[in-house]
Write a new protein. Structure first.
Length: 117
């Protein structure tokens, strides 16, 4: 049974930093696309960043490029999102997602990030 558990959210002032973690378990994630999404109040869930579990190739939505860094630790089955220079518009619940090559997706429960101005 695949389980994704996010942690590291919290309240931070604008310009501050947070590092989110996603602990993955239940199977090997070779060839999976690991992704971070976020959902702001009153808005749909939106893609933030992705990393290939195997190759480490990354991609970011334009609004976080240069501020956020996605990474993974294969040995510990953990994915990270380092968020620097946070802005109030980054306030959202952040979700970890694992997507198999066949398109089967798994989600974590989410972690709240609140950025005060």
């Amino acid at each position: 049974q695949v389980q994704l558990v996010e942690s590291g959210g919290g309240l931070v002032q604008a310009g501050g930093s947070l590092r989110l973690s996603c602990a993955a378990s239940g199977r090997t994630f070779k060839n999976y696309a690991m992704r971070w999404f976020r959902q702001a109040p009153g808005k749909e869930r939106a893609f933030v960043a992705t990393i290939s579990w195997t190759s480490g190739t990354t991609y970011y939505v334009n609004s976080v490029k240069g501020r956020f860094t996605i990474s993974r630790d294969n040995a510990n089955n953990t994915m990270y999102l380092q968020m620097n220079n946070l802005k109030p518009e980054d306030t959202a619940v952040y979700y970890c997602n694992a997507n198999s090559p066949s398109g089967v997706g798994y989600w974590g429960q989410g972690t709240q990030v609140t950025v005060s101005s």
